[in-house]
Design a protein around this ligand. Sequence first.
Ligand code: ZN
Length: 258
Amino acid sequence: MPFSALSAALDAARTDITVFFRDDDAGWADEQLTTLLDIFEEQRAPIDLAVIPQALRRELALDLCVRRARSRSRLGLHQHGYSHTNHETAGRKCEFGPARDAEQQLKDVKAGQMRLRALLGRVDPIFTPPWNRCTQATVSALRAASLQVLSRDHGAAALQLEGLQHLPVHVDWCKWTSTPAPDWGALDQQLALAVERADGSEPLGVMLHHAAMVDADWQALRELLGLLHDHSSVRLSLMNELIVAQRCIAAQQSAIPI
Ligand SMILES: [Zn+2]
């Protein structure tokens, strides 16, 4: 049982845990993406795809639209940067980093938004920056483009969100399973730790990168989804459902009692 630590953490949790899966880089590696989506369909589990606008072609867009229609609200689609290009000449890779000012960032956000809408129709108002990195100028660009949610890593540097919601991921699957050798025990421990830390206070986000996943990942992913699906303390959710729920709670809390 590769997820024994996670299973024990879930059994010990005092409150229910909401879990979402965000898979990045849709538009690349279609074959692995198809495998990933088939597994989530088989397991009847929800999955959010962060789609690279410039990499999305018509054939994949059509497949995603058909899958979304038959998924009974178990497939979410949102924007992952524009072209997934690193614009920094030094330091860590960023598409929406300090090398680009607010105007340049807004241009790319809007171009990506228009392309996704043209190819996919409905797109969730969520933005995942490539490499999980962006700047304060990105926040302004997202607001100007009427996007509502920023999704990065939970440890990312703090930004003034100016009304945007933040829906971070907590566990990077591929950090523990890619070369030189997968460490399933470490992944299990990270998931267990994330459950203990979340303890019902915020949704637990798991980040996947289908392009880096191989047969052993698919088998482990099936087992993880089976465990989460069957556990009475777990609720699997789409990111957009969480946003709607949070907004509704905020509206109720600010409403005048009647
Ligand atoms: Zn990416």
